[in-house]
Each structure stands twice: as structure tokens, then as C-alpha cells.
Design a protein around this ligand. Structure first.
Ligand code: 5MM
Length: 342
């Protein structure tokens, strides 16, 4: 492994910083824009990302890396400055989502398999030339009466490992994201079931990563937290979520992994922050924990922006606030009171 992979991973895990997931594919950003009655145009996608990345102070202080789509990695702000240059100026590492999406898996279980391995070696070489320091691939694991099947867990774990080895060969740090989804159908599973499935998935992912010869010191993990399904009536306390999540991770994630950056998975902004902070108050963990949130960092800023460049400043303030709160959470220093007072 080139020495720099571990150095990039460590930089992404800088204490008090985390990752902004701004890698919504065209379909996903379209759904976000729909909610605020905006059309999904190239210009609005550019403006939206320009609003986020131009929150200079927040980016410098709280954000270590941004996950981009291929469109954004190659795109310029309205001024003509490439987004990757804007990020580099703020000392933020540009990353790239390289999977091509999760597609229906053949079979009766309603599961998904992530695609994108064909031609990935060539794509990674071109992303490295554009300055991408890390990449991300998301596997989607469904829970229902018959899912996840062993076949689906193994297929997704195998793809994650093939992706990760190709990234390391290209000098790019792979973020490995096996997401056990909480907002799927029916989404009423218990926290216990989420814990068991998350553990099973992580066990298989690390088995495949080892088999593939992936250097664990040159990657990061992006997991879900252990939570009941979003349609479940179970309401665990913040401490319970933190305790169960850390327990599952400690059982299945090797200490050689330089860091864990969580996805928010449809939690409210405050829940995602509170859970991260509580986990960071638990001692004896071998890896640092931070955020790699999409929705939980962007929700408020997206609404404040509302598609208008004249709202950039107020939207950036909203983004800066969430980024600040999650920075505190990454240090285990967040509290409800601070969030409301700030
Ligand atoms: C931002 O959403 C990402 C891209 O999803 P699609 O490829 O489906 O458009 C997603 O991978 C994201 O990085 C993670 O799921 C974390 O986002 P959340 O919103 O769960 O924190």
C-alpha cells in the first residue's frame, strides 16, 4: 500500500471534523428538489453544491472531505472555478461516489445489488487525475421477512471488496459503505434484528476485504447505526443506540481500520448528532468515530436555499450550524442545550 493511503484516511478522520456526503445521484437529488418544488436542472444542482462548498469557514473548520458525484467533480462554480479547487482551497479532500447505484437483485426477497465494477479501474485512474483522494461505494441491505438472504449479503460484500482493492491500486482510499437500511419496506424491524443483521453483514464484509488483500489501514468504514426500522414503534434512548452500535462494531470491525464515519440513514438532524456524540462518550473504542452525513447535514440548508442564489448566505449559516454541531459530536461534546443556544 502506498504510504499516502493511510495518511489520507487519517486526515479524513481529523478530530472534530467529518465528511459531507454530497453524492446524491441525479435521481436522489431530484427527490430532494421535489420536496421544495424545484426542477432538477444542471444549473440548480450546480448552484446547490456551490452554496454548500462555498460555506468556507464551516468547510475549513468542520469538514475533512466531501463525497461528490462525477458530475460535480468535473463541474465549475458560476465563477468558472472548479469545485475541486474551491474544496482544495479550504483544505477539504474531494472524494467521489463510484458505484452506479443499487439495482433489484434477482429473486423473491426484494433485495438490491450494487453495480459499477465494469470499467472501474479506468474510471478510478481518471478520478485520481482529477484529484480525488477517496471514493465511496454503497451496498444496500434490506430487512424484511426473508431478507437479507445469505446470497445477497455475500454478493454485496464481494463487490465492496473488489471495489476497495481497485481503489487502493489507484492510490485512492475506499470508503466501504454497507448500509442496513432502516427506511425500506416494511421498515418495522426491531433494533435487535438490526443489530444482528449489521453484525452479520460486517462479518462478511471484512472476510471479503481480507480475502481480496485490501489493506485495512488504507480504508474507512461507513456503516449504519443500530436502530429499529423507521416504521417501528420501538423508541430506544440515545444511550441505548450508542451502546448497541458500539458493541456491534467492536465485535466485527478490526482495530486496524483507521476510522468509522457514519451515515445518517433518515434520522432527524438532532438524532444523528446526539447518537454520534453519545458514541464518542463511550471509552475503549479502537477507532475514532465521525460523521459522513448527507441528509442530516443538508436538510436545513436545502430548505433555506430554496433554489435562490440570494439565499446563499442564510443557507450557508444553516449548514455551518449543523456542521458545527456534528463536529462537537465527533468530539463527544455535543448537547441539546448547545444546539439550541448556538
Ligand atoms: C447523499 O446520498 C448518497 C447517494 O445516494 P444515491 O446514490 O442513492 O443517490 C448516499 O450514498 C449517502 O452517501 C449515504 O447514504 C449517507 O447519506 P445519509 O443521508 O443517509 O446520511
Amino acid at each position: 500500500m502506498p504510504k499516502s493511503l493511510n495518511a489520507i484516511a487519517q486526515k479524513l478522520m481529523t478530530p472534530g471534523q467529518g465528511i459531507l456526503a454530497a453524492d446524491e445521484s441525479e435521481g436522489t437529488i431530484g427527490k430532494r428538489f421535489d420536496k421544495i418544488n424545484l426542477p432538477n436542472t444542471l444549473e440548480l444542482r450546480r448552484d446547490y453544491r456551490e452554496m454548500l462548498f462555498g460555506a468556507t469557514q464551516a468547510m475549513q473548520k468542520y469538514i475533512s472531505g466531501v463525497i461528490l458525484t462525477e458530475e460535480t467533480l468535473k463541474q465549475e462554480a458560476a465563477s468558472g472555478t472548479p469545485f475541486r479547487a474551491i474544496l482544495a482551497d479550504a483544505d477539504v479532500i474531494p472524494g467521489i461516489k463510484v458505484d452506479r447505484g443499487a439495482f433489484p437483485m434477482p429473486g423473491e426477497a426484494g433485495e438490491k445489488i450494487t453495480e459499477g465494477l465494469d470499467g472501474l479501474r479506468q474510471r478510478l485512474a481518471s478520478y485520481a487525475e482529477l484529484g480525488a483522494g477517496f471514493a465511496k461505494w454503497r451496498a444496500v441491505i434490506t430487512i424484511n421477512d426473508i431478507a437479507p438472504t445469505r446470497n445477497n449479503i455475500r454478493a454485496n460484500a464481494h463487490s465492496l471488496a473488489r471495489y476497495a482493492m481497485l481503489c487502493q491500486e489507484a492510490g485512492i482510499v475506499p470508503i466501504v459503505e454497507p448500509e442496513v437500511v432502516g427506511d425500506g419496506e416494511p421498515g418495522n424491524h426491531s433494533m435487535e434484528r438490526c443489530a444482528q443483521v449489521t453484525g452479520d453483514v460486517l462479518e462478511n464484509v471484512f472476510k471479503e476485504l481480507r480475502l481480496a488483500g485490501v489493506d485495512l489501514a488504507g480504508m474507512l468504514l461507513k456503516p449504519n447505526m443500530v436502530l429499529p426500522g423507521l416504521n417501528s414503534r420501538e423508541r430506544p434512548s440515545v444511550d441505548e443506540v450508542a451502546r448497541r452500535t458500539v458493541a456491534v462494531l467492536k465485535e466485527h470491525v478490526p482495530a486496524a481500520v483507521p476510522g468509522i464515519a457514519f451515515l445518517s440513514g433518515g434520522q432527524t438532524d438532532e438524532e444523528a448528532t446526539a447518537h454520534l456524540s453519545a458514541m464518542n462518550q463511550i471509552s475503549g473504542k479502537p477507532w475514532p468515530l465521525t460523521f459522513s452525513y448527507g441528509r442530516a447535514l443538508q436538510n436545513v440548508a436545502l430548505r433555506a436555499w430554496a433554489g435562490r442564489r440570494e439565499n446563499f448566505s442564510i443557507a450557508r449559516e444553516a449548514f455551518a450550524h449543523r456542521a458545527h454541531m456534528n463536529s462537537l459530536a465527533a468530539l463527544g461534546e455535543w448537547s441539546n442545550g448547545v444546539d439550541r443556544a448556538a
